[in-house]
Design a protein around this ligand. Sequence first.
Ligand SMILES: Cc1cc2nc3c(=O)[nH]c(=O)nc-3n(C[C@H](O)[C@H](O)[C@H](O)COP(=O)(O)OP(=O)(O)OC[C@H]3O[C@@H](n4cnc5c(N)ncnc54)[C@H](O)[C@@H]3O)c2cc1C
Length: 348
Amino acid sequence: MPDTHTILIRENSPLRPYNTFGIAAHAARFTDIHSTDELRAALKVQTQPLLILGGGSNILFTRDWPGMVLRNCIQGITEARKFKNRIWVRVGGGVVWHNFVLWAVGKGYGGIENLSLIPGSVGAAPVQNIGAYGVELKDVFVELEAIELATGKRFRFNRPDCRFGYRDSIFKGPEKGRFCITSVTFSLTTNQHRLNTSYGDITKTLETMGVHNPTIADISTAVIRIRSSKLPDPAQLGNCGSFFKNPEVERAVLEPIQKEYPEVPHYNLADGRVKIPAGWLIQQCGWKGKRVGNTGCYEKQALVLVNYGGATGQEVKNLAFAIIDSVEKKFGVRLEPEVNILPTEASA
Ligand SMILES: Cc1cc2nc3c(=O)[nH]c(=O)nc-3n(C[C@H](O)[C@H](O)[C@H](O)COP(=O)(O)OP(=O)(O)OC[C@H]3O[C@@H](n4cnc5c(N)ncnc54)[C@H](O)[C@@H]3O)c2cc1C
């Protein structure tokens, strides 16, 4: 059983290298976790509040983190069970998501190629049920293992346990901050892949690539091309991808908007409600491409807030809430941040 000597705890440690917004905050204490034993050792010497950090690509630090940050670096990809047309793969929570996608594509395993180039770690992927180009994590999810931070006990969650929703799960809702997800098991196809090319510009991009019978590798390449052309690279321009969720509203909310803007894009949901692209609402309020101090609304995609250099988390938060208020005033729809704004009142 390892003791606390196996973990190196850094005091007043900079968080800037560990968040894709590039916000200059500090953690009172910080340590990297490479195994569940190291995690349990860290929990014995922890300082509240605790934060489990992956790639920091869905976090906005509005000030220093007053307690301890545990960065999940647990590695490992294991082919756990083979079936006729499928394989179950167990992946360590600290594996970089896109590296796992590239591994699967390289092996010829299908199901996550549409989720290429999403930043962050495998352990954080179930937290908001990551999704892109018509595929969500829940579509390939089997189960996950997590350690309860208060007790060090191991728990297993299957798909219904996680209560996945649109950019949501129990780990972002009622169980937020209670667990560290240490591994996730996925079910991938080994043949008879179900390719999903209907969403966004995938078909068009495959055509420009001269591909008529796409493989999973072709789809991954197409998605990487599309994403690289539309989204800012956090290494060049700090950001967290979509800052807001697309609002899901009652039809009665859409109707008055439709009267004034007959072209308003919307998607019908199975429960009778409609989803309106938040980017469209924000653009109509004049925010797209607007810069406020060191932060702003990205010129190519109004959903993305960016750090032009030296922005504080509070500046980005202020811009986000100015946008939320103006969209609500104009359309009666209150946008919700997708990004985790930290510390929350409960964790401060
Ligand atoms: C350019 C860009 C594009 C993006 N595109 C998309 C997209 O297309 N679709 C999409 O869904 N998201 C997208 N995102 C958001 C982000 O990539 C995902 O939310 C990702 O899953 C975050 O992973 P992370 O490891 O960086 O999590 P972090 O930002 O480190 O953490 C996010 C939250 O999860 C918690 N957490 C992290 N790891 C664990 C763990 N092991 N156990 C328990 N809790 C944990 C943290 O405490 C925090 O509350 C994008 C981000 C960027 C910067």
